[in-house]
Design a protein around this ligand. Structure first.
Ligand code: GLU
Length: 353
């Protein structure tokens, strides 16, 4: 009887501990960041943001890729993955959307792994273009022609740096790499690929223009095709958040423990995301939010909080620059409430009086 009572007490105590003592958002086991907000705070703020912006209908789906125009624009999902692999999700979290431009982040990581960061910097560069992501003018005007790895021209050039015996080998390497960053196998959304491949004359033109300036490093059309495939990879919002958390965790996937991206390359990637991650909305994003992030015209945005975790939001309606409207609003809200802005001393606990 006494034993039974003791057992009940232990179970109740364990329940209280696991329910009310929140783990810090930061990982690194016992060395968790002392300034990281705790799980309960994060969940509450993300939920608030989700409810606040849920019925926002501003913006519209991308329509220059026919498939994207018919994606249900009401879809809305949010995921947070921390560097110790705690996962918090809300909304439409099963839906696989095309990763689009967010793929550029991870092909950049691969290119640096293959030929080294300095060579990638020489061959692609990292300057904002001040133009739309698919601008031909930027290619003609900029001294580097490629601009940076996150505008289409620079991204196609980056893809052309990936080695392989043939196009299939290069493509399979890329797909496998993305899967390792996400912590699970990813697949191509064939319909997106077909829809984009049938309409990507602009990207082919960019690639040929790069050839004129000798700023593409493999066959121009093959490179566009592989690039189009990488943009058509499907991810759900939790997979995307984990891809961000791998960067937040210094290149080590928090779920699998694999060092997928070299730690020394992570600052180059995050600085490029800060400078050009939201196309020509990047300056405003740095001003208002202050987190490295990358958006895709499929409606996803992932923002990275170094050392702590990542937040990914999926909502297909985009603004003029091509960035998901709701995703920007949710991430901005969460970043403000939790003091995540990297340019603010508050992000490391200096609150001021
Ligand atoms: N596949 C898209 C394109 O080449 C990617 C653009 C984006 O997400 O910004 O236009």
């Amino acid at each position: 009887m006494l034993r039974e009572k003791l057992r009940v007490r232990i179970v109740v105590a364990l329940f209280i501990v696991t329910t009310f003592v929140s783990a810090p958002l930061s990982a690194l086991g016992q060395k968790a960041s002392p300034v990281a907000p705790n799980r309960a705070q994060v969940e509450a703020v993300v939920r608030e943001a989700y409810d606040k912006f849920r019925s926002d209908t501003s913006g519209k789906n991308a329509d220059y890729i026919p498939y994207l125009a018919q994606v249900d624009s009401k879809l809305f999902g949010v995921a947070v993955v921390t560097t110790d692999n705690q996962v918090f999700t809300l909304g439409d979290i099963k839906y696989s959307f095309s990763i689009q431009s967010i793929s550029k982040v991870y092909t950049l990581a691969m290119a640096m792994e293959e030929i080294g960061a300095d060579k990638v910097f020489d061959r692609v560069g990292s300057e904002p273009t001040g133009r739309a992501f698919n601008s031909v003018f930027a290619v003609a005007d900029m001294p580097s022609h490629t601009g940076n790895p996150f505008v289409n021209a620079g991204a196609i050039a980056t893809t052309s740096l990936i080695s392989g015996k043939n196009a299939d080998e290069k493509w399979n390497k890329i797909l496998d790499f993305y899967g390792r960053v996400a912590g699970e196998k990813l697949t191509l959304i064939d319909e997106v690929y077909k829809s984009e491949a049938a309409t990507n004359t602009g990207n082919k033109a960019l690639s040929m223009l790069l050839a004129k300036y000798e700023r593409i490093y493999a066959d121009p059309f093959e490179s566009v095709d592989i690039y189009t495939k990488q943009c058509s990879v499907g991810v759900n919002v939790a997979q995307l958040a984990r891809m961000g958390a791998t960067l937040a965790n210094n290149g080590k996937n928090p779920a699998t423990g694999e060092q997928v991206i070299k730690a020394e390359d992570v600052p180059y990637i995050l600085s490029t995301m800060t400078m050009a991650g939201l196309y020509d909305g990047s300056g405003g994003w740095a001003w208002h939010v202050g987190l490295p992030a990358k958006s895709g015209v499929g409606g996803g945005i992932v923002a990275v909080v170094p050392g702590k975790g990542a937040i990914a939001v999926f909502s297909p309606r985009l603004d003029e620059a091509g960035n998901s409207v709701k995703a920007q609003k949710v991430i901005e809200y969460v970043a403000r409430k939790l003091d995540l802005n990297l340019f603010s001393p508050r992000s490391v606990g200096l609150k001021g009086e």
